[in-house]
Unconditional design. Structure first.
Length: 442
């Protein structure tokens, strides 16, 4: 028996690159966008491609989908990186795109990590997008509303790409085992259970999954009959984590995040830190945990401690900047803070109550008194008539009703009795009493 050497491979190109789909039929995931009769598929099939932004986590297919669109629509495909491209490079490529347009060839310019471009770099694309010289496709892991210039964003369609499921990634791993672009020319003995371990470990990132599979197979033993035998020891050695802490169906993953959430809710910092450590030591994505903590800060603490959300957001950014293993202390700080903070779910309850009414009463008109009246016709139709500007009143309060008539008197927000909400509760009671007394006096 001997170890497989990377030099025995027919190519040193990474597996994720070799397995990159080249046509829509090979693409896995994002069925909400490219499934049958879905919007992005229709756009591609009609060959009417607008400039667009792909927003989603790493490894979900943003770059791949952009390349497929170029292939399917027979367009020139040019890639930019925010790290290496400046305004000079942008203008040079735009000139090429103008020449292509005169020759009847469409140019798709793909900008990876577009959120890293500064305002001047983003503005450099704008005139060419407006003229139709290029179709811009930007990829970002950050919210485009905050990271992309409004002028550019308003000229692009935003498509949200979702994290891949373990089932999606399993499809890709099996394809890599059997496809000649992957290990189809080799004899690989790996169980479906082991492929599931790799799929779950990837946390929705196809690139990470394929890179892990490549590393595992490359470092596995070959038997005398030429079969590459993948063992759990080889998997754990390559992952450097006890991946079996999460079962193949992912149930334990959800059990442990639930344990963290409920420990913080129960104000138990010791249990919260333990479950945090269980996840991080098992290879959980720290960004996923940071997102869950951010949700917790509003769902279970809310206005009882308005600093909780600040802590959660700061820790989320710290995890982005530093990554594992250093960001473990930031996450520990966050879960301890959340555990010790006063608790209130009043904001969450308020939204759920309002959401229930909104879904049942979607046609309720906005009261005329709080409608804008930017035109003469709207003024003639009594838009904004009787509007009371609170800043002009002595107490900065008015008796004006802002809910639709059928919902007047409805209460959604009921403050709790911990932390800041004691003060908010008193303030809300004062407001209600003021309105009640002034309505009676009118």
């Amino acid at each position: 028996m001997h170890q497989v050497s990377i030099f025995e491979s027919s190519t040193n190109e990474p597996l994720a690159s070799r397995m990159r789909p080249t046509k829509l039929s090979e693409f896995v995931g994002q069925t909400h966008l490219i499934g049958k009769n879905k919007i992005l598929r229709k756009i591609i099939e009609s060959d009417n491609i607008p400039s667009m932004i792909f927003w989603g986590p790493p490894g979900v297919g943003k770059t791949t989908l952009a390349r497929i669109i170029a292939n399917e629509t027979k367009s020139e495909f040019i890639t930019f990186s925010a790290v290496t491209s400046g305004i000079k490079e942008i203008k040079k490529v735009m000139e090429e795109a103008e020449n292509n347009k005169r020759m009847g060839v469409r140019t798709i310019v793909f900008v990876d990590e577009i959120h890293r471009f500064n305002k001047a770099q983003q503005d450099a694309f704008l005139p060419f997008v407006e003229k139709g010289s290029i179709v811009l496709i930007g990829a970002t892991t950050e919210n485009p509303s905050f990271e992309i210039n409004n002028a550019l964003l308003s000229r692009c369609r935003v498509f949200v790409l979702k994290e891949l499921s373990s089932e999606d990634i399993l499809v890709l791993l099996k394809r890599a085992i059997h496809d000649e672009r992957g290990f189809g020319k080799e004899k690989v003995d790996i169980s479906e259970e082991d492929l599931n371990i790799i799929a779950n470990f990837a946390n929705g990132d196809a690139r990470s999954a394929l890179t892990t599979l490549d590393m595992i197979i490359t470092n596995s033993d070959i038997s005398e009959d030429g079969i590459i035998k993948v063992t759990k020891d080889a998997i754990e050695e390559c992952l450097t984590k006890k991946t079996l802490l999460y079962d193949k169906n992912g149930e334990e993953h959800y059990n442990i995040i639930s344990a963290l959430h409920k420990s913080m809710r129960n104000s138990d910092p010791d249990a919260a830190v333990y479950w945090l450590a269980r996840m991080l030591e098992a290879g959980e994505d720290p960004i996923y945990i940071a997102r869950r903590i951010t949700r917790f800060a509003s769902e279970d603490i809310g206005l009882a401690d308005t600093n909780a959300l600040n802590v959660a957001i700061n820790v989320y950014h710290a995890c982005h900047f530093i990554g594992m293993p250093e960001c473990n202390v930031h996450l520990a700080e966050a879960v301890i803070y959340m555990s010790l903070a006063p608790k209130s779910n009043a904001c969450d309850v308020a939204y759920r109550l309002a959401s229930s009414d909104a879904k049942k009463m979607l046609a309720e008109p906005v009261p005329l008194v709080i409608r804008n009246a930017p035109t003469k016709l709207m003024k003639e139709l009594n838009y904004g008539k009787g509007y009371q500007f609170a800043h002009d009143s002595k107490d900065k309060l008015t008796t004006m009703e802002c809910l639709p008539p059928s919902l007047i008197g409805k209460t959604y927000y009921n403050p709790g009795t911990q932390g800041n909400e004691v003060r908010f509760k008193q303030r809300l009671e004062q407001i209600k009493e003021w309105k009640k007394s002034h309505k009676q006096s009118n």
